[in-house]
Design a binder for this molecule. Structure first.
Ligand code: AP5
Ligand code: ZN
Length: 213
């Protein structure tokens, strides 16, 4: 399947991605994870993106469209993919349509992680991530087996620079202004499934599976 996960910061996109990936054998492309890797590696792309990301604003459409266009060429993405955090503007959605129509394919489903803003601060400020795999944990809702350490690799967990209450405000503003129109864009195409993302991770997983069956 060819899927898009859309929702505000902390709505659970990254948490559900590995489960969707395992179940449907897809490639997982998360523009946020890819940009953070570029920032950490200090590539030209990372240097361009760093400041914008730390302010909680969106990086330029051209930059992320370029990343996705390259990534979709991977053989593992030929049969299907999950896009997590892309497209985030209507311009990106239109570019994606172009890229896919060149390949003779289209998006099957858009999973919309619908949730009230008020819940997100606690989720974001309690999050710890394993940078190389993108796995995320939460001090209260999804604690690792040992504090501060990734369950699978034993490597240390870190907090994202943009995971503060202040930066979350800008990220939410960007979501409402620039990304909500993307949901309308796909609603008009009749391919959006709205998920109650405030439920527990297990309940959300069940909803995801229902939407994809
Ligand atoms: P990105 O990395 O995409 O961040 P985001 O969209 O803000 O989303 P998050 O990763 O914060 O949320 P999530 O939904 O994945 O939450 P998670 O599952 O981890 O983007 C970062 C930045 O990169 C952007 O601000 C922008 O600058 C740039 N960027 C990226 N893509 C771009 C694009 N296309 N165009 C332009 N710029 C772009 O969950 C959060 C926490 O809650 C975790 O701790 C988790 O354990 C916990 N949790 C998850 N589900 C539940 C649940 N059901 N109940 C309780 N707790 C839960
Ligand atoms: Zn994420």
């Amino acid at each position: 399947k060819r899927l898009i996960l859309v929702g505000p910061p902390g709505s659970g996109k990254g948490t559900q991605s590995p489960i969707v990936k395992d179940e449907y054998c897809l490639c997982h492309l998360a523009t946020g994870d890819m940009l953070r890797a570029a920032v950490a590696a200090k590539t030209p792309l990372g240097i361009k993106a760093k400041e914008t990301m730390e302010k909680g604003e969106l990086v330029s459409d051209d930059l992320v469209v370029g990343i996705i266009d390259d990534a979709l060429k991977k053989p593992s993405c030929e049969k299907g993919f999950i896009l997590d955090g892309f497209p985030r503007t209507v311009a990106q959605a239109e570019k994606l349509d172009e890229m896919l129509s060149k390949r003779g394919v289209k998006v099957d489903k858009v999973l919309n992680f619908a949730i009230d803003d008020a819940i997100l601060e606690e989720r974001i400020t309690g999050r710890w991530i394993h940078p190389s795999s993108g796995r995320s944990y939460h001090t209260k809702f999804a604690p690792p087996k040992a504090p501060g350490v990734d369950d699978v690799t034993g490597e240390p967990l870190i907090q994202r620079k943009d995971d503060t209450a202040a930066v979350l405000k800008s990220r939410l503003e960007a979501f409402h202004k620039q990304t909500e129109p993307v949901i309308d864009y796909y609603t008009k195409k009749g391919i959006v499934a709205n998920l109650p993302a405030e439920k527990s991770p297990q309940e959300v997983t069940a909803e995801v599976k229902k939407a994809l069956s």
